[in-house]
Design a binder for this molecule. Structure first.
Ligand code: BES
Ligand code: MN
Ligand code: ZN
Length: 496
């Protein structure tokens, strides 16, 4: 487990030794808390000698001379106050947490001249600390006391905006942190521990936050005619589940927003089996479902004033004597038939029934699905943008903006008739793969055949949900990508 993290806010703090951190605006006067931390200006002199300007995310680690009110001071460059966006406060928080230098307690002074710290900024910084503090180490048996890191951390944040910060932190930033960390944890968990049934139980846990949760079993999905989803699941010894979550925070008559996630708990490729090298990464093929669950947690925990549906298609894609074959033709819930030409193109088969079910049952005002859908999106965009596909320019625009705000970035890719033709089949209404060329686009075209007129967007997060480079706010294999993005979308565009 990561060290437990206790963050509190105070408007002033008595100094009694130990570690202090203090923000400094780039080229600004002094640093936060200088009056109490540095009565003799020795730290200020050291910083000037080191030519420390306060460049964004730079740090200066100073051991205190005798007589100073703290043992150690880390000055943290914040950059130019006027340029700081919400995400910069997250990064600052992450960098602060990374600079605890082994201490179990630290005091963090925020109110540097020029930064205009308010409750929101302070809470965002605290959120950055929570995100940075996450580590997936529950399966390491080396004991805590053999570790050089403390098992618990106590951070006291000093700012004049303490009261407002505390309120925003508790009711807003903390729920977001929980949602992101939940998504990361699910993606990191090994596939023997997290099967479809176990994942569905995680969805059921949201009931305690007031989310209505239904779990559909194989029998019910069969009755609904979900032949595409069930075809994927039939090679696995572990039965599939469809989790349906409803958060009713808006006006009763307002049609809901809907979020649908691909939850392939492990993707071997099935009979079209994947190569051995790197196959272990396919434990993360439920990153879309993890993001949707994380988002539903956030919306419920912060009591978002929206109606939202979350649907998770939970299956395992395995090869066995009962597995689906290339050449099989399945009938989806929509009635459209699908020729399976590659059993490794399974995500779209799971999603097509989940999307259709969602549209028919809930008549949502829009649907957004998230999926680790194609390797091709990694070829196109690497780890730095998720692929965005949409039949609705206004929705796409909103998503792109939310991507900029959250720095969970999206890049829009095209849809069109020519691409759609590539998945026409000789034997059925469509086939489940259009081949190598434009692989991410043909996958999106496939999904588009199941959304009707509903405004819809598909986010291909194969490159961003896992294995993304470590940064200020995430050091773990799983990123939790999509939770902050969609929370931001909901706030910006759908909450009054
Ligand atoms: N889960 C994979 C996509 C994937 C690849 C996710 C790498 C994360 C990292 C998906 O089910 C898949 O296998 N897609 C195939 C589709 C092809 C058979 C048409 C692919 O991308 O190769
Ligand atoms: Mn696959
Ligand atoms: Zn897959």
């Amino acid at each position: 487990m990561p060290a437990s993290l206790d963050i509190s806010f105070v408007s002033s703090a008595p100094l009694s030794g130990g570690l202090a951190l203090a923000l400094k605006e780039k080229d600004g006067e002094g640093f936060a808390g200088a009056a109490s931390l540095d009565p003799q200006s020795v730290f200020a002199k050291a910083a000037a000698t080191a030519k420390f300007t306060g460049k964004s995310l730079s740090t200066l680690d100073l051991i205190a001379p005798q007589g100073a009110p703290v043992d150690r001071l880390v000055i943290l460059g914040a950059g130019k106050g006027g340029d700081l966006a919400a995400h910069d406060w997250l990064r600052l928080g992450g960098t602060a947490l990374a600079n605890l230098k082994g201490a179990a307690e630290a005091t963090l002074f925020l109110d540097a001249d020029g930064l205009a710290v308010d409750g929101r900024k302070a809470a965002d910084l605290a959120l950055g600390m929570m995100l940075r503090n996450y580590a997936f180490d529950g399966f390491k048996t080396r004991r805590k006391d053999e570790d050089d890191k403390p098992a618990s951390l106590r951070i006291v944040i000093v700012t004049a905006a303490a009261q407002e910060a505390e309120e925003i932190f508790r009711t807003d930033a903390l729920p977001v942190a929980e949602g992101v960390l939940l998504a990361r944890e699910l993606v990191n968990l090994p596939p023997n521990i997290l099967g479809p049934v176990e994942f569905a139980e995680k969805a059921s846990d949201l009931a305690r936050l007031g989310v209505e949760v239904e779990i559909l079993t194989e029998v019910e999905m069969k009755a609904l005619g979900m032949g595409a989803l069930l075809g994927v699941a039939q090679g696995s010894a572990r039965p599939p589940r469809l989790a349906v979550m409803q958060w009713k925070g808006g006006q009763e008559e307002t049609p809901p927003l809907a979020f649908i996630g691909k939850g392939v708990v492990f993707d071997t490729g099935g009979i079209s089996i994947k190569p051995a090298a790197g196959m272990e990464d396919m434990k993360g093929d439920m990153g879309g479902a993890a993001a949707v669950l994380g988002l539903m947690h956030v919306l419920a925990a912060r009591k978002a004033r929206v109606n939202a549906i979350g649907i998770l298609g939970l299956v395992e894609n395995m090869p066995d004597g009962n597995a689906q074959r290339p050449g099989d033709i399945v009938t989806s819930m929509s009635g459209q038939t699908i020729e399976i030409v590659n059993t490794d193109a399974e995500g779209r088969l799971v999603l097509c029934d989940a999307l259709w079910y969602c549209k028919e049952r809930f008549k949502p005002s829009m649907m957004i699905n998230l999926a680790t859908l194609t390797g091709a999106v990694l070829v196109a965009l690497g780890n730095f943008h998720a692929g965005l596909f949409s039949n609705d320019d206004a929705l796409a625009e909103k998503l792109l903006l939310a991507g900029q705000d959250s720095q969970e970035r999206l890049w829009r890719l095209p849809l069109g008739k020519d691409y759609d033709k590539l998945i026409d089949s000789r034997f059925a209404d469509m086939k489940n793969s259009g081949g190598r060329h434009a692989g991410s686009i043909t996958a999106a075209q496939f999904l588009k055949r199941f959304v009707g007129e509903t405004p819809w967007a598909h986010l291909d997060i194969a490159g961003t949900a896992m294995s993304s480079p470590a940064d200020e706010i995430n050091q773990s294999w799983a990123s939790g990508f999509g939770v902050r993005l969609l929370d931001r979308l909901v706030r910006n565009s759908f909450e009054a």
